[in-house]
Design a protein around this ligand. Structure first.
Ligand SMILES: Cc1ncc(COP(=O)(O)O)c(C/N=C/c2cc(O)cc(-c3ccccn3)n2)c1O
Length: 523
């Protein structure tokens, strides 16, 4: 147990209490494929069907035998795990394999450079840090160009050019201040404009991690608002309103003043400057409640971001690595990325690694000299990632076909359950093995027990607790859509497991339909 000498629990004890209250605080002792095991009071192993799947980290299941065998070989061979500042052949091979797969799926051929990290949020941090470095360098180049224009205007006036009257007005100065006063006013105004902190763009429902920068890209207010003072802010775009993005961009439009001398006249024009650092989105939202981003929204994001020269970061940390039925879920909706982020299953369920992939046309080599992490691209995780990619790519992508076929089978079972219990199940959603079943809110139910947990936003966790304790199936609601149970099993999901899920969910739906709060809440 996690208690110190004082017997007090010291590792996030409150969370444990919350999990206990929902009856889901079970200590597991062994794991393989889609099964977690715990020991009952007689010490007997009890198998649990795990649909949480490490929140998407286990596309190959728990402790895949080939991954575990490879890990043993690496450790037995004394492979260098921490050999920083030396050529990292394995990380290069992972990057090369990721490029090969991405090029095959997207049809593009532009290289993506890899910046490795250790967790999903860290890969997002690396991606947005790089995007900000890139934005800063573009701003510096623009400022240099405008300074040259102001110098040309000064020379033009010295050579007799005239300044348009409205130039003084726009710059907030008077003609009697002359060209020098005008230049000074323009420089002051531009300094103010360039000092504006960057903005991010993301869809409503976004989840991109919980670190200082990434948490501001996460829509959930409980996770984000307490820390808003720490990082650049995001404008969250409704996904179901096609013109919402263009409207937000118009509202936040940022311009800079350009003093231009042309044909004996000096005039002041406005130039757009890159205020938006990046648009970050998941092709299938996980935390937001398993929401598949549509092709129309994806096209609008690409169109607007191209217009304002804002890079698109496609976060495939949960939806990637084959889970959607393709390596990249974004490739199924024609969403092209300037940056990709990958994590979770990249570590094969055994190692921790993540990566930000940056399109060559956006890549700034300076970033390599100012960003690093002790454990990033370590020799162990890189070789496990390579093995994971090889297993996913084997037999011409059999893993992706399995994800699609097994996912479609499970989704069809969920849809039949929704059809049989329309007053209990509100929606089923997802793609491949990233699925969600959303329950109607039961705040109006006649059962006092069910009404109480529903009003507390706890219905999802109570259903999870019931499924675990009555049916030995482990599943959790998504953080921001608390009535949506997320299912993310491995590609090894078999028909027997799907039948178990069907039986268990039907049993739960009957209890809810029959308002049997006693059995649902207290079992
Ligand atoms: C798209 C996307 N981008 C960045 C991240 C951040 O990755 P890390 O967690 O590795 O930092 C995630 C990681 N997802 C974490 C997650 C996803 C999820 O669906 C549930 C929970 C979670 C975790 C603990 C308790 C309850 N829920 N956590 C993600 O899904």
């Amino acid at each position: 147990a996690n208690t110190g000498s004082t017997g007090i629990k010291l590792a996030e004890p409150h969370l444990e209490d919350v999990l206990s209250s929902a009856g889901i605080n079970v200590e597991y002792t062994r794991a393989e494929r889609n099964t977690l095991y715990y020991r009952d009071q007689d010490g007997q192993e009890v198998p649990v069907l795990d649909l949480v799947g490490g929140f998407g980290s286990l596309i190959l299941g728990h402790n895949d035998p080939e991954i575990v065998a490879h890990a043993r070989e690496l450790l037995a061979a004394g492979t260098p795990i921490h050999a920083q500042f030396s050529p990292h052949p394995h990380a290069n091979r992972v990057a090369a394999e990721l490029n090969r797969v991405i090029h095959r799926e997207t049809g593009d051929s532009e290289p993506y450079f890899a910046v490795f990290a250790n967790s999903g949020a860290e890969a997002v941090e690396a991606a947005v840090k790089h995007a900000e470095l890139d934005r800063g360098l573009r701003l510096a180049a623009l400022a240099e160009e405008l300074a040259a224009h102001r110098e040309s205007a000064r020379e033009a006036v010295a050579a007799g050019a005239t300044v348009r009257a409205d130039a003084f007005e726009t710059a907030g100065t008077a003609p009697e201040d002359g060209i020098e006063g005008l230049i000074e006013a323009v420089e002051r105004s531009n300094d103010r404009r360039l000092a504006r902190p960057p903005l991010f763009l993301a869809p409503e429902g976004a989840f991109h991690g919980k670190l200082m920068g990434s948490v501001q890209l996460t829509h959930n207010e409980a996770f984000r608002l307490p820390f808003s003072a720490l990082a650049a802010q995001t404008r969250f775009i409704p996904v179901d309103q096609p013109d919402a993005l263009a409207k937000t961009v118009r509202e936040e439009r940022a311009v800079i003043l350009d003093l231009v001398a042309e044909d004996g006249t000096v005039s002041l024009t406005e130039r757009p400057f890159p205020l938006f650092c990046a648009f970050v989105l998941e092709p299938i939202q996980g935390e937001g409640g398993i929401k598949v981003i549509g092709e129309e929204f994806a096209r609008e994001v690409q169109r607007v971001c191209r217009e304002i020269d804002c890079p698109v970061v496609v976060d495939e940390i949960q939806s990637g690595m084959g889970r959607s039925g393709a390596f990249l879920a974004s490739s199924l909706i024609g969403l092209r990325a300037d940056y990709y982020t990958l994590a979770k299953s990249l570590g094969g369920g055994v190692a921790k690694t993540s990566v930000a992939l940056i399109r060559q046309g956006r890549y700034r080599k300076e970033f390599e000299l100012v960003h690093s992490s002790t454990f990033a691209k370590d020799g162990f995780s890189s070789q496990i990632a390579l093995k994971t990619l090889q297993l996913l790519e084997a037999d011409d992508g059999r893993a992706y076909r399995l994800a699609r076929e097994r996912g479609e089978k499970l989704l069809s079972v969920l849809e039949l359950i929704r059809a049989d219990f329309p007053e209990v199940v509100k929606d089923v959603r997802g793609r491949g093995l990233m699925l969600g079943i959303e329950f109607h809110d039961q705040a109006e139910t006649t059962s006092p027990e069910i009404r109480a947990v529903a009003e507390a936003g706890f219905l999802g966790y109570v259903i999870s607790g019931h499924l675990l304790n009555e049916h030995r199936i482990r599943v959790f609601p998504t953080g921001s859509s608390v009535n949506t149970l997320r299912m993310e099993p491995s590609i090894h999901l078999d028909d027997e497991e799907i039948e178990r899920i069907r039986q268990a969910l039907r049993a739960v739906c009957r209890l809810i339909r029959d308002q049997d709060g006693g059995r649902l809440v207290h079992a």
